[in-house]
Design a protein. Sequence first.
Length: 95
Amino acid sequence: MGLFWGFILFLPPLPDKMTPELVDIINNTPSQEKIFVIVHMNVEYPYEQLEGMRPEEKCQVFKTIAENSQRDVIQYLKSLPEEKAEVLGQFWIFN
């Protein structure tokens, strides 16, 4: 499963992208405190469609789906000042 992780300081919620629990944590955390999060994508990989593909082709499909799934959240976080949010890593497979 694709994911990225980073930290968030006091931020406005991103509609439809954050769980109510994370929004609650953000709203109740002092503005100078860092919140570390791991964001999982909510898109399933098309495993049946990957049958017969070479491993390299499957990897490219996984990576593309993860990048597309993460795009809105990554763009949002990167649009904020670095002292407010920082993307520490992005991954496209998670065991």
